[in-house]
Design a binder for this molecule. Structure first.
Ligand code: MN
Length: 203
């Protein structure tokens, strides 16, 4: 099988109580795994199966006969990225070059947190909120995407994401998406991961 379910970068209890082990057992063990299994079935005996996950997403984006490929490959990428965007005892503020760029492009860290939360809460239905490096414009932006859509489809470089599909928060927060989003920003965001992605993206 060309694609595999990446193990969590921490114990399944590490994000409790914002994201409980019960949520993780469904979200990583079933939802995320199903996207991987579906993608593997779709690329069986297909040249796409020899490509990297990011290249698959870019190759099938916008193709009417490859919607299932896009949805499953996009969701595998997005979920891998989501688990890395979180860490136990996360939150706080970024430092160094990333902080300076947020100050310059997004009006400071406090404004970023407010606007990032608003994007996550304001995404209608299922989807994702992102901090992204826009590779053409060479600046940071906050974006939201629906369903399996992902900034890598447009060649941009994500730094952080929050999953706002109901399966990400319903067991722990019921319908209170705003409470989940705020707790993720305050307690779980992995700014070390974001800084690494920023350094790679800026080159
Ligand atoms: Mn999800």
């Amino acid at each position: 099988m060309p694609f595999s379910l990446a193990p969590l970068p921490y114990a399944d209890t590490a994000l409790d109580p914002v994201v409980s082990s019960r949520t993780i057992s469904f979200h990583h063990g079933l939802h995320h795994k199903t996207y991987v299994d579906n993608l593997n079935k779709l690329v069986e005996n297909d040249p796409l199966g020899a490509m990297s996950l990011v290249d698959v997403v870019r190759a099938v984006a916008g193709k009417a006969d490859k919607v299932a490929h896009f949805n499953n490959a996009g969701q595998v990428f997005n979920h891998d990225f989501y688990w890395s965007s979180l860490k136990p005892n996360g939150g706080g503020d970024p430092a160094g070059a990333l902080k300076a760029q947020i100050d310059s492009d997004l009006g400071g860290i406090a404004k970023f947190k407010t606007d990032f939360a608003a994007a996550a809460v304001g995404q209608f239905g299922s989807g994702w909120a992102w901090l992204v490096w826009k590779t053409q414009e060479k600046k940071l932006a906050i974006e939201k995407t629906a369903n399996a859509d992902t900034p890598i489809a447009r060649g941009d470089a994500p730094l952080l994401t929050i999953d706002v599909w109901e399966h990400a928060y319903y067991l722990d927060h019921q319908n209170r998406r705003a409470a989940y989003v705020q707790a993720v920003i305050d307690k779980l965001l992995n700014w070390d991961w974001a800084a690494e992605q920023f350094a790679k993206a800026k080159g």
